[in-house]
Design a protein around this ligand. Structure first.
Ligand code: SF4
Ligand code: SF4
Length: 429
């Protein structure tokens, strides 16, 4: 017998209809959440997406090539996530498991739609079925292991990682989806009684099915239907929750990877004409950020990598690049229901001391997994402070001394050659 299984085996037609109604409802909530954020992003400075899609095929390829490469290398390849021990392993396993389960579910639905057109179009059988079932069975395990590692990490509570109640809900949801998925498989094996390779290709499900040894087909079918519904509702809950939790980095992260600049941490020169046209220098309102910069605020998953490497933070200066991003995100969220009196200046929440504490070392920029450019954001806000005469602290003193003595320490010109030992011959003219 050819190894296979029905897509909606043991699920009645009426249950399938309800399934699709709930699926559409969860997609609607997901779409609404994305649209809410999109409305915020649109209020930034235009980034002319149309320009990316104009020109000859080779011109378009040249323009979008770097973005696609970043999606492949930093997104799918997780290049910037690797090399940090437990968190890297946890994210890598969870990401690999998630992507494979997502791909598997999509293929299953495509097979179902194809079979609705004609039974001959179905492909979920034979060798494909064996590889499919084996792959998903193993990647499901990776997903559960990755999620459990994140659980352990949250219990340990590293101070640089953001902690919110919804993070626990998301992890519990992930674990529940993974575990109920295996129970659905095990109970299906109990009532379907596949034999040979058709059963062996789901080793985890087969092993779990031994817990239900002795159950009648009727009992197994009833339990399968119940757990299948629980599993489906959990998945729909997950889809609906994406735009409203930290999971939103699944959407904003890839968009930011695609749109971000090739070189980060570089201050763009401003011409006099631009300053006159805009009536400002730097960033004094959240809407002065580009739409891509607003997307980047939503891409932050508060992993704390930038804070861990920031020399200013390490030396107890009042600066955490992660906090700066979160504060800017908080101001961006005011755009949703802004009135003329709504404070939209980042300077209302980010103090000058914070901005002047940055040494512009770029360490944060290099480690951020989703290529958020914390440094440019900080420098653009500093530009505004400088243009308003708000330069203070050591930076102001150094600049004043540069102006008066041509060196940042304020040494008089008469002492310029003091460091040269008297015995040293003067350099030839
Ligand atoms: S560039 Fe600034 S914020 Fe980033 S790590 Fe260096 S000092 Fe910290
Ligand atoms: S800005 Fe980047 S590195 Fe920093 S917490 Fe957010 S995602 Fe992590």
């Amino acid at each position: 017998m050819t190894p296979t299984r029905e897509t909606f085996g043991n699920i009645s037609t009426s249950s399938q209809v309800v399934f699709y109604v709930v699926a559409v409802a969860s997609m609607a909530v997901f779409g609404y959440g994305i649209w809410r954020r999109f409305r915020l992003w649109r209020q930034g400075q235009s980034i002319s997406l149309k320009q990316l899609a104009t020109g000859t095929v080779s011109q378009i390829a040249t323009k979008i090539g770097p973005g696609l490469r970043r999606l492949l290398v930093d997104g799918l390849g997780q290049q910037r996530v690797r090399g940090r021990g437990l968190p890297s392993w946890a994210h890598g396993l969870m990401f690999a498991g998630f992507m494979m389960l997502f791909l598997g579910t999509t293929l299953l639905e495509i097979n179902h739609l194809a079979e609705m057109v004609s039974k001959n179009l179905g492909f979920h059988h034979g060798l494909y079925y064996i590889i499919y079932e084996l792959t998903l069975d193993l990647f499901g395990l990776l997903f559960i292991v990755g999620t459990s590692l994140f659980f352990a990490r949250r219990l340990w509570k590293p101070p640089s990682v953001g902690h919110r109640g919804t993070d626990w809900l998301v992890l519990i949801l992930f674990l529940a989806i993974g575990i109920t998925g295996y129970f659905v498989e095990a109970l299906r094996i109990v009532w379907q009684q596949p034999t040979g390779i058709g059963a062996q290709c789901s080793p985890v499900g087969l092993w779990l099915s031994s817990a239900f040894r002795g159950w009648t087909e009727g009992q197994a079918r009833a339990a399968h239907l119940t757990v299948w519904w629980v599993h489906a509702l959990l998945v729909f809950g997950f889809i609906a929750a994406i735009p409203f939790t930290r999971l939103f980095h699944l959407i904003a992260g890839p968009i930011n990877l695609f749109l971000s600049k090739t070189v980060l941490g570089q201050l763009k020169p401003i011409t006099l004409e631009e300053a006159e046209r805009d009536g400002r220098i730097g960033v004094s309102d959240i809407r002065h950020l580009t739409s891509q910069q607003l997307v980047s605020l939503d891409a932050c998953m508060e992993c704390g990598r930038c804070e861990d490497v920031c020399p200013a933070f390490a030396t107890q200066k009042p600066l955490s690049p992660k906090r700066v991003i979160q504060d800017l995100k908080g101001v961006m969220e005011h755009l949703a229901d802004a009135t003329p009196d709504t404070p939209l200046s980042p300077h209302d929440v980010i103090k000058p001391e914070t901005l002047w504490s940055c040494t512009a070392c770029s360490a944060c920029v290099f480690v951020c997994p989703v290529r958020i450019d914390q440094l440019t954001l900080i420098l653009d806000m500093r530009r505004h402070l400088t243009s308003e005469g708000g330069l203070s602290g050591t930076a102001a003193t150094a600049l004043r001394r540069m102006q008066s003595s041509a060196n940042p320490w304020g040494f008089p010109q008469s002492e310029r050659a003091n460091w040269v030992p008297e015995s040293t011959s003067p350099p030839p003219n």
